[in-house]
Design a protein around this ligand. Sequence first.
Ligand code: UDX
Ligand code: UDX
Length: 461
Amino acid sequence: MAFQKHILCIGAGYVGGPTMAMIALKCPQYKVTVVDINPRRIAEWNSDLLPIYEPGLDDVVKTARGRNLFFNTDVEKGIQEADIIFVSVNTPTKTFGAGAGMAADLQYWEKTARQIRENSDSPKIIVEKSTLPVKTALAMERILTSDSKVPFEVLSNPEFLAEGTAIRDLENPDRVLIGSRETESGLKARAELVAVYANWVPKEKIITTNTWSSELSKLVSNAFLAQRVSSINAISALCERAEANVSEVSRAVGMDSRVGSKFLNASVGFGGSCFKKDILNMVYLCRFYGLSEVADYWEGVVKINEYQKERFVMNMLQAMFNTLAGKKICLFGFAFKADTGDTRESPAIFIAKRLCEERAHLMITDPKALDNAKTDLKGVVGDIEYVADPYTAASGCDAIAVMTEWKLYKELDYQKIYHSMVKPAFIFDGRNILNHQTLFDMGFNVFPIGKPPLTHFKRES
Ligand code: UDX
Ligand code: UDX
């Protein structure tokens, strides 16, 4: 069958892989190819064990792979064939030179732009999928059009999927955002990309803007989401002092329809590859434009997140009689959120390192993220064991600290766990997912986030 369009995606990561799988599923009339410079990743995409764990992804890939979805490492051939090229290579925070620790590292991005120019002999639409600083499309345009044989249009089409719910988010998105230049050729390219999504997304959910609004909207969306988590986490500290209950506060506040109830779960801190990176990116941009008050405001969101993680460790230390040396602590979960094996920027990394500094002995368990945990903690000085079974991991421990809100941790036999632990037994619920009163009644000393602790210690200090 001759395909109507050839779509290419460069970068087979958490974003590129699932997004292209969904386009291929919904648009059998297009050929969708995903390329990556990492041959191992591509081999995994072509195997039964996909490189990322994402509920529902296996079925989508199995349906489309070999039909109109292909994974390979031939970037050049892919570029030559393509009408539309999505670029989804990683754009991490820069670790060197100007803007180190803040700005985005655009070296892969620029290299990809040059590669596209060198291998193109027909007009192409280039779609920014990676999250980028505002005005990156301009740089892309300049590279593509200098010394080029063919016309290019650069569009911005940020990805809003969240890990763990990626398939649902892709299938039924709140909105699809497409930014373009408002020239005749820009509007034509915009219409072409709208037509791709219109195969399954209702027209009123596909919104179009100028390129810079689109690029900025992605950063602002993540900043707003992260800000909500930091806001409730800041309030959790106040609740612990004021004997208020953060769940009750967030329920009361969230029922105001102007505020809304989502993203108000107090936690040990937000993680993931995007929030911190995108906020720092925006902070850097604000400073670049001389907007230091605006930069400070948003930087506060990241600072509260750091504070929340450190506060969690200090609460553990204080509750456990100001020493953790030689104590066995079990981390329930290592992924940055449930339903993913991803550990990028997971609060568990920081907490594990801090607990090792306190010379605790760590037992780490997670249903999907143990391999990543081992990589993250490689070289960390300390006594760390990785155990798949949560009962075995908790046995003989002084404390359990819940790092990830995996459903399975809500359903464990805590009576059995209590009996296997050293007494007094502690639970620090960094996600407020457990039934605290029941645990207390079993004998645990329970320390939630933003709620009064439930302890069996009779005498006040
Ligand atoms: C994406 C976006 O790129 C990032 O900007 C956004 O903020 C989050 O989503 P993600 O898909 O999570 O990142 O990144 P990752 O899983 O690291 O995948 C990127 C892929 O690009 C990797 O497989 C890497 O091998 C590949 N790559 C990188 C290339 O194919 N070519 C390069 O030059 C660089
Ligand atoms: C985020 C955005 O939601 C998504 O739109 C964007 O494309 C990529 O970045 P993701 O990082 O995959 O997605 O997960 P998200 O569900 O946003 O959670 C981020 C972090 O915040 C997690 O560590 C999560 O546990 C934490 N969180 C979220 C809370 O601590 N409390 C909440 O109420 C919500």
